[in-house]
Each structure stands twice: as C-alpha cells, then as structure tokens.
Ligand binder design. Structure first.
Ligand SMILES: *Cc1c(COP(=O)(O)O)cnc(C)c1O
Length: 476
C-alpha cells in the first residue's frame, strides 16, 4: 500500500538530512559553548525588522530555515547551560535528556492517559516513585511531572484547598523569601491577594514560626480559613531552608496543609548532605521539585509529589464523555486526572533515559559538585579583603557584595558600587550573574548548580568581581 503524500510530507532522505544537520549543530554548539559568552540578547526593533513578516505562501528548503534560526534567533538568549552562567537558577541538560524530548516528539506521544500512552505512563510512575524515595515519602505518595515549579505550585495549592473542603474565606502563608510563583498560585487557586500572608524571616532568611503561629491565630479569630502553609527548601534568593520540622509540627497541630517549594533545592535530596539539611521535608503534605534545575534536564521538567496521592486525584479527576474509553481500570492512572493538563509531553522519558545512561552515582556527584563549589566560593569571599557575604551560603547559592574592609561605606554607597560592578561583569562577558535584594540590601548572587562548572570558572568570576570591585571603590 503506498503512502498518501500531502504537501506537508517530506521524503525519508530530506527527513534524515534535516535531523542530522540539527544534531551536528547541537553537538558543535556544546563543544564550543565554554569559549563564547554566557549571554547574548537583542533589542526588539532589530529583531522585528528581520522577522515581523506575514507567513510565506510558498515554503523554502528546510535546511535553509534551520540555518536561519540558528544564525538569527537562537543565539540571542541567555546560555543557561554555559559553565559561567550563574544568574537566576541555571542548569545544563544532559544529551540523553535532550534526545528523549526529540524522540518522544517523533513518536508523537501524548502522555495524558494509560490508553493513549501506557509506556510513558508507566515511566512516569517509575520516575515519580524514584522521587518519592528521594524525598523520603511513604508508599501512599504519588505525583506527576509538570511544566515546572509554577504549575506544581498551582496544583499543590488547589489540592490543599480541596483537602480543606474548599472553604469560603481561604488564606495561605509563605515567607518574604518565597517565590512569586507561589503567590500567583494562591491567586489562581482563589485566594484573595490580601489573604496571602507574608511571614517575616530571621537573619538567615528562614521563616519565623512564631510569627506564622501569630498570623494563623489572628486569621482564625477573624473567621478566615487557613488552607496552606508554604515552606522553602532552597529559597530562590539565598537558598535558605525554612524550619521544616517546626513548621510540620505546627501544621499537624493546626490541621493545615504543608507544601514545600523545593523547585530549586529538592534534588539535593539525592546526596547525603542534602538529606541532612532538608530533614523534615518528608513530613510535608506536598513537595514541588524542578528536574530542569538541579537534575540536569531540558525544560520543561517539574514535579509535584503528594504524600497521599488520593488528594491529588480528588482535586483534579473529572470525568468526560469523550474520554470514557480511557478508564483502563484500577491501578492504571491517567496522569491527566492529577493536574491541569490533558495533552501533555512524556516528561518522564528524559529523566529516565538520562538516569539509565549515567547512573545515580553520576547524578549524585554532579549535585555534590554544585554544593562543593558553593562552599569553596564562600571561603573565597570570607578570605577576601574586599568582598563580604550578604547571606549564609546555602545549597548552591552565594550572596555577596563588594565592601572593602578598609573603607566605611554605607549601604547606599555600597549599592552604587555593586551595581557598577554587576554592569562591568556583564559587559566584560566572561560570566553572567544576577543580583537580588536581601531585606533591602543590594546583593550580588551566584547560583552554582551546573555540572559542567569547574572551580576555575567560579574562581575566575570571583577574581573579576574583585578586580572591578577594587577599581570601582577606588574611584567612587
Ligand atoms: C524556579 C523556581 C520556581 C518556579 O519554577 P518554574 O519551573 O520556573 O515554573 C518556584 N520556586 C522556586 C524556589 C524556584 O527556584
């Protein structure tokens, strides 16, 4: 039987040529990445001039289109996988993870239900079960893979709200260090903006449990209904870890859902140090994790784990006539019943393929590399006469600033100097990092979680900051 051809088909030769070309481009890029800049970008005007055009009526050769993209679009981006990209939360995906995304797109997998894709549904059970053991959850736990930490936060707070019986006047609690994604998640879940309570933190940026208790009591006295407390297990500014045991005690006594945002820090749990510093995380009702951060996967690879997975299905499973055939039966979960998405990519495949390829020992070593480099960077700053820490180093995050020990500069003067240093580092193009504001103190920040980053990369970057710092302070 001959295959019908339409104008959207390609010959096998043309398919191969395009695929091979893409592979060559990616492998070449990976080989040269460390030699180039960690960041590039372009203003909208100049981009628009090239691209703001109606869709062409006639096509052109696929390889030419690919070349166009590789020349004029993809380079204008942060190279989040560059060994000296330390801004925000970077990551470097493994090649098997990248190939997994390509292959599952090629198989056109829709990991919505068991009937539509039992193979990748089974893998999602496997991978979420690995995560269950990493975070120390019991057999009752389960979860799903999400687009990222933001989606996991929404699904967590909706689940908490439903577990609380979807009360009329819900409140949610989080620290002043919590990610904006959690605030947005609370709003989406129907919590009014003025009922998202921001709990102050101590000098190490950890939520103050006494303040939390006071706020919850005050809200209950007003007739409000607390549905969730959110804890940080690696806050995004400083990597701080909230007092998980105390918060778990409090939430147990009060009957409030405890959600832990471990989007960035959660995969530290594969190491011994991580299990030590995150002790108590296993007592949370739910945990959000991002494999596209410290587990070296391409975007999008988030996860939500729920200690009693039934809560997740209670919140999200809704029958639909057109899907009536997809109920395979007991113990054959439809992942679309656990979250917001029906059609969804096979995110488990990339995690599974990379772990199968390299083994957990390699992943553990890669996470430890980040922890270790952050500790060495901390020692560098502590020993430096012109740098100082602005927060205790926690996990892979270093917050610091230029503050020459022989000068007595106030915060305002220091902010001006450090902003200049940040700009100088940016234009110098050796490395990219970003800043944060720590209780109104302007702070430089490096997040060191890339498995390809070496001490040489970190040291060179800190040397550069020191040099610019000394120059700027001498002038100003
Ligand atoms: C990255 C991050 C988020 C948001 O996750 P996305 O995957 O970007 O949606 C939330 N919380 C923390 C602590 C994070 O690091």
């Amino acid at each position: 039987m001959s295959k019908a051809t339409t104008n959207l088909d390609m010959s096998p030769e043309a398919m191969r040529r395009l695929g091979h070309k893409a592979t060559d481009i990616l492998v070449d890029r990976a080989g040269r990445l460390a030699d180039g800049n960690a960041w590039d970008g372009e203003f909208r005007d100049s981009m628009e001039e090239k691209f703001l055009k109606p869709p062409p009526e006639q096509g052109r050769p696929a390889e030419e289109v690919l070349e166009h993209v590789v020349r004029d679009i993809l380079p204008y981006a942060a190279r989040l996988d560059h060994p000296r990209f330390f801004g925000f939360v970077p990551s470097s995906p493994t090649w098997p993870g990248i190939v997994a995304d390509y292959v599952s797109a090629g198989y056109h997998i829709n990991s919505c239900t068991w009937l539509v894709s039992s193979g990748t549904s089974q893998l999602e059970l496997v991978v979420t079960d690995w995560m269950r053991t990493w975070v120390g959850y019991p057999e009752t736990a389960g979860g799903l893979l999400t687009s990222g930490g933001s989606a996991a936060s929404v699904e967590a707070i909706v689940t908490a709200r439903e577990a609380a019986g979807n009360p009329e006047r819900p409140t949610v609690y989080m620290s002043d260090q919590s990610h904006s994604a959690l605030k947005r998640a609370a709003h989406i879940a129907g919590v009014r903006r003025d009922r998202v309570r921001i709990v102050p933190t101590d000098e190490a940026f950890r939520l103050d449990p006494g303040e939390l208790a006071r706020m919850v009591a005050a809200d209950r006295a007003e007739g409000l209904q607390p549905v969730a407390v959110c804890a940080n297990a690696g806050s995004v500014s400083t990597g701080s870890i909230d007092p998980l045991q105390a918060m778990a005690d409090f939430c147990r006594d009060e009957g409030i859902w405890l959600h832990v945002d471990a989007a960035y820090g959660g995969f530290a749990m594969v190491t011994e140090i991580g299990r030590d510093i995150l002790g108590g995380i296993e007592r949370a009702d739910s945990i959000g994790l991002d494999a596209h951060k410290w587990f070296f996967q391409p975007y999008e690879a988030g996860a939500l784990m729920v200690k009693d997975v039934r809560h997740l299905e209670n919140a999200f499973a809704i029958g639909h006539d057109v899907l009536q055939d997809t109920v395979w039966g007991a113990n054959h979960p439809n992942f679309s019943d656990r979250g917001m998405q029906l059609s969804r990519t096979a995110r488990a495949l990339k995690i599974w393929m990379s772990v199968q390829t390299f083994g957990m020992a390699a992943f553990r070593a890669a996470v430890e590399n980040g922890l270790d480099l952050a500790r060495r960077a901390e020692a560098y700053v502590t020993d430096s006469p012109i740098l100082e820490l602005t927060a205790p180093v926690s996990m892979g995050i270093l917050c610091f600033r230029v503050n020459p020990a022989d000068r007595c500069l106030n915060d305002q003067a220091l902010e001006a100097i450090n902003r200049k240093v940040l700009a100088n580092v940016f234009w110098d193009e050796l490395a990219f990092f970003s800043s944060t504001s720590l209780k109104d103190v302007f702070s430089l920040r490096m997040c060191i979680v890339n498995h390809t980053t070496t001490w040489e990369d970190v040291r060179q970057t800190l040397d550069t900051v020191s040099r610019f710092g000394a120059e700027t302070a001498a002038k100003g």
